[in-house]
Ligand binder design. Structure first.
Ligand code: ATP
Length: 235
């Protein structure tokens, strides 16, 4: 079994008095693609925000390459090699495509991903590099969000619902690009509402239900029944 790149132990998360995560345990191995599924409000985004330092968490709950990263700020987490493609893309609307991509380089590290490499992956972004990001289609904006995360040269990349609100043909394009993105040993966590997609790209899957892990298993062996039970809480 390869060394875990990320270990989460007994992670709780709160918004004021509301508790969104309860004692979540999770591990990602080096080079692994992990999928996280779960219905609306199950806590998937909260988990991603906790890992990347956007939500504060208690001591010793999150370890990255065996070092405690709980309580670090988002920029400190990014410098260690974690990057997120956030739900809803969250681009800077007044900046150009190129400027949005460069933000990833500023918060992250040096490595193989450069503007040229991102343009090779998504040639349309090269054509549109001087346009404001808001003038792009939803799918193209998602490519910018992915490119921005890659520009940080992460070892672990988190995708939060990359297909949300996109046309099927665009979703296919983005998923077709994933092996080229994740190759070369990069690890990934993919949050996805489309269960078949999640299972097809991952080696292991976790399901969250009302803030708790309701299922953990190998993506090619979990049964539909197990998933239905874990996802909806029904027999
Ligand atoms: P979705 O698919 O809808 O994004 P999710 O699984 O990502 O769902 P979260 O967004 O993590 O779920 O939300 C988990 C719970 O925390 C939900 O009950 C949600 O209403 C609540 N929540 C999320 N963000 C906040 C916030 N900023 N303030 C208060 N409660 C929040």
């Amino acid at each position: 079994m390869p060394e875990p790149i990320l270990q989460i132990q007994a992670l709780d998360a709160h918004y004021g008095d509301f508790q969104a995560l309860y004692g979540v345990d999770m591990e990602v191995s080096e080079g692994e693609v992990l999928a996280i599924i779960g219905s609306n409000g199950a806590g998937k985004t909260t988990l991603m925000r906790s890992i990347t330092g956007l939500l504060s968490n208690g001591p010793s709950q999150i370890k990255y390459r065996s070092e405690d990263i709980s309580g670090l700020r988002a920029d400190e987490v990014a410098m260690r090699g974690l990057a997120m493609v956030p739900e809803g893309r969250q681009l800077f609307p007044s900046l150009s495509v190129r400027e949005n991509l460069m933000i990833g380089a500023q918060v992250g590290r040096k490595g193989p991903w450069t503007l040229d490499e991102v343009y090779k992956l998504f040639p349309i972004l090269d054509e549109r590099k001087d346009q404001q990001s808001t003038s792009l289609s939803g799918g193209q904006q998602q490519m910018v969000a992915i490119g921005r995360a890659l520009m940080a040269n992460p070892d672990l990349i988190l995708f939060d619902e990359i297909s949300l609100g996109l046309a099927p043909i665009i979703i296919k394009d983005i998923y077709d690009a994933l092996p080229g993105i994740i190759g070369e040993g990069m690890s990934a966590i993919i949050v996805e509402q489309d269960i078949s997609k999640a299972l097809s790209v991952s080696s292991r899957v976790y399901c969250l239900q009302e803030g708790r892990v309701s299922l953990e298993g190998a993506s090619d062996t979990v049964s539909r029944e197990d998933i239905s039970r874990a996802y909806f809480g029904i027999e």
